[in-house]
Design a protein around this ligand. Structure first.
Ligand SMILES: *Cc1c(COP(=O)(O)O)cnc(C)c1O
Length: 410
């Protein structure tokens, strides 16, 4: 067999003498430093470069928030909090990590359906912006504001009357548990004069994992236009317009990297319009996956190379209990392989199609199916790329009672 084409998603990591480097650390040495496998490693250099790349492509007036649901590792959140303009949290637990990380409460927003009274109380006490997802939350917030003697900062999450085209996961448009239906909002805004509620603006988040710049631009234009219409009913000027994000990263062969240039141009036009039409408003983007996904790898050790009726299996100590997404069970309709390589044999010619599996007693525990790989031996380190988002925290670590995974920021 010939050498496999290098998947574009791997090329952000350097290689030295056949070994993958994570921010300069050779993989074997990194594994020794971590002390055990499997582990996730997040590369500070790549995280910082991604923020810088976005800043260069987007207008300076647009604020960049990190949606920490994508990766809530405390050290990573602290690293990101110093580089972005704000942090979006989706639970009281995430709120605590964001505050510990040093994020400015004025620049934290709290989204998520089903916020409980206790969570809302924590949010008001912390002074963060609450992205209200249902009419039920409003009287709870007003009561909390009164009982704490503090204002409740409120943005209304809008379930828009359009959908994000080409999105991997739709979270707006049609019937959704997220946000308040756009057509209900004029009445809700009129009733917003409750004591203690400080209206700040709107939040729209149409969907996730989109690689089509034009679809993202269209969603941003439609979101802006909808917010402008709704602003007429608002009790005070819009100060925050969170246009969501949904920027995707390439995972599978044939997927193209998102083109930021048209998104930057589109946002420049929206910033100009907003300066005239919503002069007090700041435009915000909230990104999770795009900021951190490509900076992370999941590393597992080959325990055994087993051949069953001519088919090679690399049985590793890592699997779906740590990396549900790579197993194809986190939102994929048809399972496709994440980019996977032997981090200890980079550049070696592929000799066989081997399936990389984990130690769980279920056929779902598959990290790569019939992947063209070099000749692996027990002890080699398998690397799953594009693993910085929706990895450890999005996986059922308790399933089958194997040890949990370690995460390091390198
Ligand atoms: C999940 C989520 C995000 C992050 O989405 P990504 O696709 O990871 O960028 C942002 N905002 C809200 C409200 C979310 O629920």
């Amino acid at each position: 067999m010939s050498t496999p084409p290098v998947h574009a998603p791997m090329s952000q990591f350097a290689v030295r003498e056949g070994e993958l480097l994570v921010n300069g650390w050779p993989l074997r040495r990194l594994a020794e430093r971590v002390g055990r496998t499997p582990f996730y490693a997040y590369d500070r250099g790549l995280l910082g470069a991604r923020v810088a790349e976005l800043r260069a492509a987007l207008p300076a007036a647009v604020k960049l928030h990190y949606a920490m649901k994508a990766n809530p590792m405390p050290a990573l959140v602290a690293f990101m909090a110093q580089r972005v303009d704000g942090v979006d949290v989706a639970s009281a637990g995430e709120l605590r990590v964001a505050l510990d990380a040093g994020a400015d409460p004025r620049e934290i927003s709290f989204a998520g359906p089903g916020k409980g009274e206790a969570e809302l109380r924590q949010a008001v006490a912390a002074g963060v912006l609450v992205n209200v997802e249902s009419e039920r939350e409003l009287p709870l917030l007003a009561g909390t504001a009164q009982s704490l003697g503090l204002p409740a900062r409120v943005a209304l999450r809008v379930n828009p009357d359009f959908e994000l085209k080409g999105s991997g996961m739709r979270m707006g448009g049609g019937a959704k548990p997220f946000g308040i239906d756009a057509e209900r909002l004029p009445a809700v805004l009129r009733g917003l004069q409750r004591e203690g509620l400080a209206f700040e603006g709107f939040h729209l988040f149409a969907g996730s994992q989109n690689l089509k710049a034009e679809a993202i631009c269209e969603a941003q234009r439609l979101s802006y236009a909808l917010a402008l219409r709704l602003a007429e009913h608002a009790p005070s000027p819009v100060r925050v317009l969170n246009l969501g994000g949904g920027f995707g990263i390439p995972y599978f062969p044939g997927e193209q990297r998102l083109d930021l240039a048209p998104i930057g141009d589109n946002l420049r036009q929206l910033v100009e319009r907003a300066a005239r039409e919503l002069p007090q408003a700041v435009l915000v983007l909230e990104l999770g996956r795009y900021l951190v996904g490509e900076a992370g790898v999941y590393v597992a050790r080959v325990l055994e190379r087993k051949v069953s009726r001519g088919q090679a299996f690399l049985i590793t100590d890592g699997g779906l209990h740590h990396h549900l997404s790579a197993s194809g069970n986190f939102g994929q309709v048809l399972r496709k392989n994440y980019p996977v390589a032997l981090g200890t044999r980079m550049g070696e010619a592929a000799v066989e199609n081997a399936s990389v599996v984990g130690p769980l007693c279920t056929p779902l525990d598959l990290l790569a199916e019939r992947m063209a790989l070099p000749a692996a031996q027990a002890g080699d380190l398998v690397v799953v790329f594009q693993s910085g988002a929706y990895g450890a925290s999005a996986s059922p670590q308790g399933f089958l009672s194997h040890p949990g995974c370690v995460e390091v920021l390198v």
